[in-house]
Design a protein around this ligand. Sequence first.
Ligand SMILES: Cc1cc2nc3c(=O)[nH]c(=O)nc-3n(C[C@H](O)[C@H](O)[C@H](O)COP(=O)(O)O)c2cc1C
Length: 150
Amino acid sequence: MNLPIYQLMYVSTASWPLNTDELSAILDVSRAKNQRANVTGLLLHIDQGFLQILEGPEAAVMEIFRPIERDRRHFGIRVLVQQHVAERLFGGWSMGFDRWTRGEPRTADMFKITADAIENAISPEKAAALAVLLRSFYRINTGGGAATGR
Ligand SMILES: Cc1cc2nc3c(=O)[nH]c(=O)nc-3n(C[C@H](O)[C@H](O)[C@H](O)COP(=O)(O)O)c2cc1C
């Protein structure tokens, strides 16, 4: 079967503690560009780490990812998942965003596995499962505190 959606997950580290304005600037540009490119996904900022999932047609995802790889605001990019899948996980979101803080009750269940993914570059199989888990997390945690998808 020809699976139409390319899914890319990477982890990285912020080059400095990015403030709210700096994060908003990243998100504004991301959402505009991703929407034009038909790319959707999720960006998590957890401690100083990032975990991002990009999904869409392969050429579009690679076009969006190329400048991200060169972006000086983060470093140490490690791609954990690159695969074709049947459908998008974050279809409604040009780039959902959430920031997690250690010890926050809302994210307690997900924090450890996600932090582990960022710190230790977990296997592609585990990382793909984590993507699905994150989708479920945000489906369940609708309303206050869920990722801001747009
Ligand atoms: C952690 C992180 C995530 C980013 N995510 C995206 C994204 O999803 N889409 C996007 O277009 N740019 C994203 N960017 C910004 C790009 O690196 C780049 O600055 C932006 O696309 C503008 O690139 P251009 O000037 O070459 O068009 C991200 C940057 C960082 C640091």
